[in-house]
Write a protein that binds this ligand. Structure first.
Ligand code: AMP
Length: 226
């Protein structure tokens, strides 16, 4: 009688900050990642665990890969998960805040733009962002009228060329804003990345997925005290 073979587990994540902060979590679980997607350009990476592979996808595509089951688990920022859940509610289990790739969502404007004055006067602001739901809800809470302009990248450019008065974007060190003569005028949300799990995978591969989820939970515990 042949024994049931252990299934392959696929983890989707993006390169850059999230990949760099995930490698130490995997290492703490005894899993090495021999290749770096920046240099290898590979989109499927093997790990030292023959039953675990990584898919390198765009940050905003991670929830889609996991929701449709092309990946069993994934790692994505709260910013991305919030926007995804507005367009595609349900389907993703989010068991752990990994406390990695920490940054914040902020409102920024061109240096010298009187943001407070514009808001007080009840002006209708033009806001460029990739995070349309976050931005709409933020300004609705403040009672500020806005026209949201959806962009897919390089938001910092919009106030410089008159496309928008303000942007809502992810800020980490603030270096990108400073380099483009922009200033932060409001914090919208603190952001960190979460582990997300396909609910069907959790049922069919739970026996193999749960130890990995537990290992991530244990390895990430130190991050919240940084
Ligand atoms: P910084 O210059 O350090 O403030 O970084 C700003 C840029 O880096 C933003 O425009 C973001 O696109 C990107 N960024 C920084 N931190 C993160 C993160 N944790 N997750 C995703 N993108 C980030």
């Amino acid at each position: 009688m042949s024994s049931i073979e252990q299934p392959l587990i696929t983890l989707a994540l993006s390169k850059g900050r999230i990949f760099e902060d995930t490698v130490p979590l995997l290492e703490a679980a005894g899993i090495q990642v021999p290749e770096n997607p920046e240099s290898s350009r590979k989109l499927i990476l093997a790990t030292s665990n023959p039953y675990l592979r990584l898919l390198v996808v765009r940050a905003s595509d991670v929830p889609t890969y996991v929701q449709y089951g092309a990946a069993d688990i994934g790692i994505a920022g709260k910013d991305i998960l919030y926007e995804h859940s507005k367009e595609h509610p349900g389907g993703l289990y989010q068991p752990i805040d990994l406390d990695i790739a920490k940054c914040r969502l902020s409102v920024a404007v061109r240096k010298g733009f009187d943001y407070e004055g514009a808001v007080k006067k009840g002006a209708r602001l033009r806001v460029a962002t990739k995070y349309v739901n976050v931005a709409r809800e933020h300004f609705a809470r403040k009672g500020v009228y806005v026209d949201i302009i959806k962009l897919y990248g390089s938001m910092e450019l919009a106030p410089l060329v008159g496309l928008a008065d303000a942007i809502v974007d992810v800020v980490s060190t603030g270096g990108t804003l400073r380099a483009n003569d922009l200033v932060e005028v409001e914090d919208v949300w603190p952001v960190s990345s979460r582990l997300i799990v396909n609910q069907a995978s959790l049922k069919t591969k739970g026996q193999y997925l749960q130890p990995l989820i537990d290992a991530f939970a244990k390895a990430s515990q130190g991050n919240s005290h940084e």
